[in-house]
Design a protein around this ligand. Structure first.
Ligand code: NAD
Ligand code: ZN
Ligand code: ZN
Length: 348
């Protein structure tokens, strides 16, 4: 089959690789209909996150059709249209039971193979899905394939970020980063009742969508965001800051604009070794810092019905729909924020 594989810093290849096959009886093989490029793929692409074997198939977001079934799979059949969260999960371990499916004791992240161990990704024609019964979700009727796809990672992650921020009506919030995930955090914070949100970025088209979703955009390139947000909150700071970037400058800004006693909810994937602020800085502001991978499988059960019930449209953030064969170019565009790129969807 054809797939996008990792070949080193900023080097990907669209090449022929071995077709995936059933390894465990609980596996299925899915024919990928739609996949997407995530900000998390950029950490790998830029080699800020290191360790991935060359030749690993990239990508962890997909919607597709079940084409092969392991002998122990009971809840799925060939032809089922399914979506996957970005990690696999068993559904029965301690962590799955408490809703932390991203830390499943048997879970794996798609698109991460290190020293020959791990799970290939979904930016391909086919993908192997371990623990398929508990990992995959059948696509509900009445939702577009794109809406369903976006729930497997970024809508769930944005929702998780807003929940961790303790969003409630009347609170004052900051979202740092208006990439696809930051925009989903704004949308989710609105769904959860936030009135006032300041959305910080420097990319005009991203800030324009943030405004459409009901936030006030703060342009980092023109405004001292720290000073502005402190002024807007009478010197107090925001009740919570959703940090959806994953770099030290955003981490420090989150610390600077959160109020004493407030929450920093970080879903940005950080690759620096240390916090920009110290334990005593955190102590002196009484802050709560919440972070981690989104337990997307847990959120999907709630958010897929919500999309239909509340007629939520996620498609405003999709900037490009490209064939898989143009995916390597898609990475270049997304990485360099060219051509007003936001969420890039790849189709087979
Ligand atoms: N925790 C999880 O489970 C999870 C899931 C998905 C994505 N992520 C992470 O979320 C982050 C965002 O993903 P994305 O797809 O939206 O990526 P993205 O790279 O498209 O978006 C990042 C945005 O942050 C902006 N930015 C850069 N520095 C900034 C700063 N100092 N202050 C404010 N904005 C700044 C950029 O202009 C960009 O628009 C990434 O780190 C990604 O790895 C985490
Ligand atoms: Zn992702
Ligand atoms: Zn589990």
């Amino acid at each position: 089959m054809k797939a996008i594989t990792f070949q080193g810093k900023e080097k990907l290849s669209f090449e022929t690789v071995t077709d995936p096959s059933i390894i465990q009886p609980t596996d299925v093989i899915v024919k990928v209909v739609l996949t997407a490029i995530c900000g998390s793929d950029l950490h790998v692409y830029r080699e800020h996150e290191k360790g991935l074997d060359y030749g690993t198939v990239m990508g962890h977001e997909f919607f597709g059709e079940v084409v092969e079934i392991g002998s122990a799979v009971t809840g799925l059949k060939k032809g089922d249209r399914v979506v996957s969260p970005f990690t696999t999960s068993c559904g029965v371990c301690y962590f799955c039971k408490i809703g932390l499916t991203c830390r499943c004791q048997q879970g794996q992240l798609y698109g991460w193979v290190e020293h020959g161990h791990g799970l290939h990704g979904a930016q391909a024609e086919y993908v192997r899905v371990p623990l398929a019964d508990s990992t995959l979700v059948k696509s509900p009727e009445g939702l577009s394939e794109e809406q369903v796809l976006l729930t497997g990672d970024i809508f769930s992650t944005g929702y998780f970020c807003a929940e961790n921020a303790g969003v409630r009506p009347g609170g004052r919030y900051v979202v740092l980063g208006c990439g696809p995930v930051g925009l989903m955090a704004i949308l989710a914070a609105k769904i959860q009742g936030a009135d006032e949100i300041w959305a910080v970025d420097s990319v005009p088209e991203r800030m324009a969508i943030a405004q459409r979703y009901g936030a006030v955009a703060v342009d980092l390139s023109k405004t001292d965001a720290k000073q502005f947000i402190l002024e807007q909150t009478n010197g107090i700071g925001a009740d919570a800051v959703m940090e959806v970037v994953g770099n030290p400058s955003a981490q420090q800004l989150a610390f600077d604009v959160v109020r004493p006693g407030g929450i920093i909810s970080s879903v940005g994937v950080h690759t620096a070794n240390n916090f920009t602020f110290s334990p005593v800085d955190a102590y002196n502001k009484n802050i709560t810092y919440k972070t981690g991978r989104c337990p997307a499988r847990h959120y999907m059960s709630k958010l897929l019905p919500l999309l239909g019930d509340q007629q939520i449209d996620l498609s405003a953030i999709i900037s490009h729909r490209l064939p898989l064969a143009q995916g390597v170019e898609g990475y270049r565009i997304f990485d360099q924020k060219l051509d007003k790129s936001l969420k890039i969807i790849l189709h087979n």
